[in-house]
Design a protein around this ligand. Structure first.
Ligand code: 26W
Length: 819
């Protein structure tokens, strides 16, 4: 990196025009007069990147002056969303770029639309990582985000006859203007083979790993700009490439087939993001991905990022690797391997160091989402790591026996190696044993981790467990996505809130101000106009106007209970068409769903089909015209979220209590002035505490009630039989009313609801219907509704990811911010 002065392009319209035309002419190689929209977008992105690069180099140079501890955020997913607007905002170039492009006869908005968002994540976990690195840059905290540069991100969802069809997301096909590749810096990563003992020159026995095949990690840097603070951090994603030493392998000819395999398969490693969200498939390629990016990242830190004279014994003063769920946990035995086999440290010393270098965040409560890898796969793919895991387990189980003498049952429960259904490595156990701290992502979640999922561990090491409630970046999810509300807030309390979200509290008094409430409603109305235009252009959907806008957007999963929302809509519809309910008394309501299903998740896909089927009938039935409407735009992603959330009146957060670790969409809605209808789950609990019971629609069983009902044996049919409205809603679906008389087409979902219903949809149905009736009553009083909505904005500044990062820094990382 340059250590001398770096030049920043001039912050003027003229300067910007010059940079832009230079990028267009010499970068894209086209004159303005013949440039395509994509040429212009790429030139603009590169221009803005130029402004970032200067700051990026300055940040790196400054950080190099002084030894410091940094965070290596290890995440298999980063759901970044579009980059252009965020970079313009961070550099305060939006107005300049707008004017500069105008002078070139170009509309900035058209170029914004040209960007394909990097969808390198599935949902909450990946988006959280993106929010965190944004906040760390804004706080000037030394952090490198490490991950995988998937060539194909999360699939593009399309609907064919109401059913989800996945299309590959070739996000780089139009160019990757935000990345800086370094093909000259290759990181070797080994797989397979065997280990052998040998005696070193000093007479000590050592182990070496003779790999079966190797790949190279190619570094791609992305800039992560802080908000108008001149800081730019790094996101470093790895791409796999076949080795050149490949020919040598062939000549050595020991294992020709394996060598050929490496050539063929090496580049598959970073090919595609696994679209499974919370159901690990145990696929070998996924383990290859995990080891690949973590090995590259640790190597990169040791060889390039730390000062060259650092003694590895001081590592804990230089680095803390944050494990974003269990996906990067293989980094633990990897660091052990490096310390023992490359740096010659004995096991005990390596273990003492390693145990100070990792911290683990768990993001789930579903038992099926806890990753395990079979011992046989591990032995084949990473034989040295498997040996090290056994060694770790041995000393760990000794500790357990010492702490709980004679409790062999406990030893078996806690072992890193499990026996059922096959011998496998429990990654959450390995992570917990090796980490300085283990955290959940909301108060309730952390409590349930301590009391249930990892209770043996929290008994042994109570101080190891902590909570850090998730957050979202206010830059992207308020300032950028909701310019109308942002302007109102800034006009009212000044601009400081963008980097200090607690200041939203100052809005609280304005909840009582009639004029402010009117302006607030005007903002909502404008945002509804905007989403109406977006859905029309993007999906051909004609959103009815003047409705309560009720939004449920998140991955499709049974525990999130999209079917409960659907049952509510069918209930309203059935009430009207049966004549039971006078249509004139019904609050006009539009429900927007957005949800991708994992391609192999049958029930989720059937639910998508059912939503689309119900939508088609309701939207075309004149009896409910102007009253009920369901929109299900395909391919819900970050870009659509940014348009949709600011327009919502009602936020649906209706997971079964005890199942949603936190949720982060819930926070985005509240911050944008939607009221929440939600269960006592995840961060909903904290949202409700902050906004107050009067400004939140709570329903459903709480976690202890759920546990109790399940313990005594839950029978969904009992609810079906005893609840007439529920029965009529289910019967209407079951009759084939929404599927052209085809009852078979709905049988999977209906059958599951009646005879399984693992997530207690029917048990919470009546409570949900009652809460929705309260919503309607509340919405009828627009002044009171606005007051509540404003209080939601004013009281949820806590959910800034800046605050989450403060908490990680204070409770876990102990790093310094600023220079
Ligand atoms: C395929 C294996 C697997 C297992 C778990 C893939 C992905 C997961 C994730 C842990 C699922 C996930 O994204 N969890 C979500 O994390 C968010 C950020 O903390 C929370 O807000 C959500 O509640 C949680 O579901």
């Amino acid at each position: 990196l340059a250590s001398g002065p770096v030049s920043t392009p001039p912050h003027t319209v003229d300067g910007f025009v010059k940079e832009f035309l230079r990028e267009l002419n010499y970068g894209q190689g086209v004159p303005l007069s013949r440039s395509s929209l994509n040429d212009q977008y790429l030139a603009l992105a590169r221009t803005v990147r130029g402004y970032l690069t200067a700051r990026w180099l300055q940040t790196a140079t400054r950080r190099r002056q002084k030894p410091h501890k940094m965070v290596g955020y290890l995440s298999a997913e980063y759901l970044l969303g579009r980059q252009l607007d965020n970079a313009l905002l961070a550099t305060d170039l939006t107005a300049i770029a707008d004017e500069a492009l105008k002078q070139c006869g170009i509309d900035l908005d058209a170029l914004r639309q040209a960007e394909i968002e990097p969808g390198l994540g599935n949902g909450g976990l990946g988006r959280l990582a993106a929010c965190f690195i944004d906040s760390l840059a804004t706080m000037d905290a030394p952090c490198v985000g490490y991950g995988l540069r998937y060539e194909y991100g999360i699939f593009k969802q399309t609907f064919v006859d109401g059913r989800q069809v996945e299309v590959p997301d070739n996000w780089l096909s139009m160019g990757g203007p935000w990345e800086i590749p370094h093909p000259e810096m290759e990181v070797p990563v080994h797989f397979g083979g065997h280990t052998e003992r040998y005696v070193g020159e000093d007479g000590r026995e050592r182990t070496r790993w003779i790999s079966g095949w190797d790949v190279l990690g190619i570094r791609y840097n992305y800039m992560v700009p802080g908000y108008q603070n001149g800081v730019v951090n790094t996101l470093r994603l790895w791409r796999a490439r076949a080795t050149r030493a490949f020919d040598l392998h062939i000549f050595n000819a020991g294992d020709y087939a394996e060598a050929v395999r490496s050539q063929t398969f090496a580049e598959n490693i970073s090919k595609v993001l696994y679209p499974e969200d919370s159901t690990p498939q145990g696929k070998e390629l996924r383990l290859q991905q995990q080891y690949f990016f973590v090995a590259c990242s640790i190597y990169d830190f040791l060889k390039h990022t730390q000062p060259t004279d650092l003694d590895v014994r001081d590592l804990p003063e230089r680095i803390i690797f944050q494990l974003n769920d269990t996906h990067p946990v293989i980094g633990i035995p990897e660091l052990m391997r490096l310390l023992m086999d490359d740096y010659d440290l004995p096991f005990d010393e390596a273990w003492a160091i390693t145990r100070q270098c990792f911290a683990y965040t768990c993001h789930t409560l579903l038992p099926e989402a806890l990753e395990v890898w079979s011992v046989s796969l591990m032995e084949r793919l990473l034989p040295r790591h498997m040996e090290i895991i056994y060694m770790i387990n041995e000393v760990f189980l000794e500790e357990v026996r010492e702490a709980f003498p004679g409790d062999e049952l406990r030893v078996r429960r806690m072992s890193i190696i499990g026996d059922h259904p096959e011998r496998s490595v429990r990654m959450a156990h390995l992570a917990t044993v090796a980490s300085v701290k283990v955290n959940g992502v909301a108060e309730l979640h952390s409590q349930l981790l301590r009391d249930k999922v990892l209770s043996d561990f929290s008994e042994m090491w109570p101080e190891k467990f902590t909570n850090v409630t998730n957050g979202v970046t206010p830059r992207r999810f308020v300032r950028q996505s909701n310019p109308n509300l942002s302007k109102l807030i800034t006009d009212t309390i000044g601009v400081g809130w963008v980097a200090n979200l607690d200041r939203l509290r100052e809005l609280e008094v304005y909840a009582e101000d009639e004029e402010f409430r009117a302006k607030f409603r005007e903002v909502k109305a404008l945002n509804k106009e905007r989403i109406t235009a977006v859905l029309k252009r993007r999906d051909g959907i004609e959103l009815p106007q003047g409705h309560l806008l009720d939004v449920m957007v998140k991955r499709l999963h049974e525990y999130k209970r999209q079917t409960l929302k659907l049952l509510h809509m069918v209930t309203l519809y059935e009430g009207i068409i049966s004549g039971e309910v006078d249509a004139a008394t019904v609050t006009p309501r539009t429900v927007v769903f957005g949800a991708k299903a994992a391609p192999g998740y049958r029930m989720a896909k059937e639910t998508i089909f059912l939503i689309n089927s119900v939508a088609k009938v309701i939207n075309n039935d004149p009896r409910v015209e102007g009253k009920l409407f369901i929109a299900f735009p395909a391919n819900y992603n970050v870009t659509l979220a940014e348009r949709l959330i600011p327009a919502a009146d009602l936020s649906e957060q209706i997971s079964l209590a005890g199942k949603e670790a936190s949720g982060t969409g819930n926070m985005k809605f509240a911050l944008n002035g939607a009221l929440t209808i939600g269960t006592d789950d995840g961060a909903n609990v904290e949202i409700r505490q902050l906004v107050g019971d009067d400004n939140f629609f709570l329903f459903g069983m709480d976690e202890p009630a759920v546990a109790e009902l399940q313990a005594k044996g839950y029978q969904p049919t009992a609810y079906y039989e005893s609840n007439e409205r529920l029965r009529r809603a289910i019967n209407l679906i079951d009759s084939g009313h929404f599927t052209d008389g085809n009852r078979e087409a709905v049988s999977t979902v209906i059958g599951d609801l009646l005879y399984n219903d693992r997530f207690l949809v029917l048990a919470d149905y009546q409570s949900y219907i009652d809460a929705q009736a309260k919503v309607e009553a509340a919405y009828a009083d627009q002044e009171a509704w606005s007051r509540s909505a404003i209080l939601n904005v004013a009281r949820t500044g806590f959910f800034s990811s800046d605050r989450s990062m403060r908490d990680y820094i204070d409770r876990i990382w102990h790093i310094k911010t600023g220079s």
